[in-house]
Ligand binder design. Structure first.
Ligand code: NDP
Length: 253
């Protein structure tokens, strides 16, 4: 049994790519609920994390930035070592960082394939591998992987992204099996089309089509993903393990 209070307050939570978009909303939600949030991100995210801290009311000191590229295992382990040294434990890991490099399979370059698999699938594995010993040693951990609706449905022009996000679901279920007896749970959230820069980069006609084909007829908000992640990270969510939560307005059921 750990000695921390129920819920999330005081928990040390890592959010990769946690300075903007969905990750920014997750960091904000966790910090406002009293967690210590370790944002792991690329160099540009240091300034973005500062802006995020400035937007927080009274909980800015709960957010700390650690530089790290999730696609490089050694940089993941370095960031984890620094977090452990500073905070003594790691309770939650949210694998949120992700990229796209869209082309139909016939036009997709091998570099585009490799880059997306490296960040979106190897990255979460590297991060999980880097935190698991600490979580198992403290007999407590909550891992949430941000997959995608297209990992379930497939999507034209996203062979690399859809394959990585589908693979992330297999990774989620395997970790859920491997460490369940050690107090560590692992779940996935599969968002639909969420209003972030990633979606803003899509052609306007494609966004219109996405909205039109979504039963609730709108894009999702980053805060709506953050709310689901927050729920799964709670100490009291310990019986939810290996699950995939669709948060997509009904776009895929
Ligand atoms: P954004 O592009 O807005 O943010 C992605 C974040 O990941 C950025 O902070 C980015 O850093 C960071 N990042 C990228 N590569 C790395 C890396 N190698 N190491 C560390 N950090 C990195 O994306 P969203 O907020 O839209 O998406 C967040 C997650 O949700 C992603 O995994 C995405 O695939 C998933 N998702 C998003 C959906 C959507 O509709 N928006 C739908 C379904 C899933 P930087 O700012 O420096 O580029």
């Amino acid at each position: 049994m750990n000695t921390l209070s129920n819920g999330i307050a005081g928990r040390v939570c890592i959010v990769t790519g946690g300075a903007r978009g969905i990750g920014g909303a997750i960091s904000t939600r966790l910090a406002n609920d009293g967690a210590i949030v370790a944002v792991i991100g690329l160099p540009a995210d240091r300034d973005r994390t500062e802006s995020l801290r400035a937007s927080l009311n009274g909980s800015a000191e709960n957010v700390v930035f650690y530089e790290g590229d999730v696609g490089e295992y050694e940089r993941c382990t370095k960031a984890i070592e620094a977090i452990l040294q500073e905070h003594g434990r790691i309770d939650c890991l949210v694998n949120n960082a992700g990229i796209t490099a869209d082309h139909t399979a016939r036009k997709m370059t091998i570099d585009e394939w490799n880059a997306v698999l490296q960040v979106n699938l190897s990255g979460p594995f590297f991060m999980i591998k880097a935190v698991l010993d600490a979580m198992v040693a403290q007999n407590y951990g909550r891992i949430v992987n941000i997959s995608s609706v297209v990992g379930l449905s497939g999507n034209v022009g996203q062979a690399n992204y859809a394959a990585a996000k589908a693979g992330l679901i297999g990774l989620t279920k395997t970790i859920a099996l491997e460490v369940a007896t050690k107090g560590v749970t692992c779940n996935a959230v599969a968002p639909g089309f969420i209003a972030t820069e990633m979606v803003a980069a899509m052609p306007p006609a494609a966004i219109e089509r996405a909205v039109a084909s979504t039963p609730v007829q709108r894009l999702g908000q980053p805060s709506e993903i953050a709310r689901t992640v927050r729920f799964l990270l709670d100490e009291e969510a310990g019986y939810i393990n290996g699950a995939v939560f669709n948060v997509n307005g009904g776009w895929y059921m």
